[in-house]
Design a protein around this ligand. Structure first.
Ligand SMILES: *Cc1c(COP(=O)(O)O)cnc(C)c1O
Length: 212
């Protein structure tokens, strides 16, 4: 069994079957991804639009049923390209971006699934909407009939991310949303015990990413 497939199976054995594991393949080439595709894994994540288009255009033709998730920041000028390849966007955090997705969905006659990213630790440099603006942004997305399925966060680096996961879970329930995107290699078990339905796991599956 290929390493990545074994790693994925180990993770699956630790968590509930209903939780979806997004294998985050950023920086890894098709040769590293293929064993998981052949194993039948269905969810993959990338953080850069151009990298995803290059890597996944052919792979998606061969494996049309897989779901590709954009988990990194999205600039409005890349929405058109993003919608051509991704099935989910986890990083919607402002109205301008929401409107651009609305317009482009009409142009491309498709509808993708959306998570609103929340700056759960109120960090200056982090992406995500401020918590106090969340309800307004959510209402705006609903007014455009966007398919918002849940909230997403990347908690501050801390030995105890649990309180951030708990807080996002509460915000998610207040909006009556069903899905919750949180948890990475280092903290996915904590995220899962606090309600995550999608975890985003890179290095625990593919190995460490080297700085290019
Ligand atoms: C890279 C990345 C991940 C996966 O990180 P690992 O620590 O390798 O599991 C998850 N979420 C986001 C938003 C990322 O950019």
């Amino acid at each position: 069994m290929h390493d990545s497939v074994k790693n994925l199976s180990d993770i699956k054995n630790k968590i509930n079957r209903n939780i979806k594991i997004i294998a985050v393949s950023k920086t890894f080439g098709p040769e590293k991804i293929r064993p998981l595709l052949e194993f039948g894994h269905g969810h993959f994540g990338e953080n850069k639009v151009q990298e995803a288009v290059k890597k996944w255009t052919d792979l998606k033709k061969k494996y049309p049923n897989i779901n590709l998730h954009l988990i990194g920041k999205l600039q409005t000028n890349k929405v058109k390209l993003a919608l051509s390849i991704f099935d989910y966007i986890h990083s919607v955090d402002n109205e301008k971006l929401a409107k651009k997705i609305f317009d482009e969905q009409i142009n491309q006659k498709k509808k993708i699934k959306i998570f609103i990213q929340v700056n759960i630790g109120d960090e200056n440099q982090k992406s995500g909407t401020d918590k106090i603006k969340l309800k307004e942004l959510y209402s705006y997305c609903k007014s455009l009939n966007l398919d918002v399925i849940g909230l997403m966060c990347i908690p501050p680096i801390s030995p105890n991310p649990e309180k951030f996961f708990k807080e996002l879970n509460i915000l998610n329930s207040e909006l009556n949303l069903k899905e919750l995107s949180m948890g990475m290699s280092s903290d996915y078990l904590v995220a899962v015990s606090n309600g995550a339905t999608f975890v985003r796991i890179g290095s625990n599956i593919f190995g460490s990413r080297y700085v290019k």
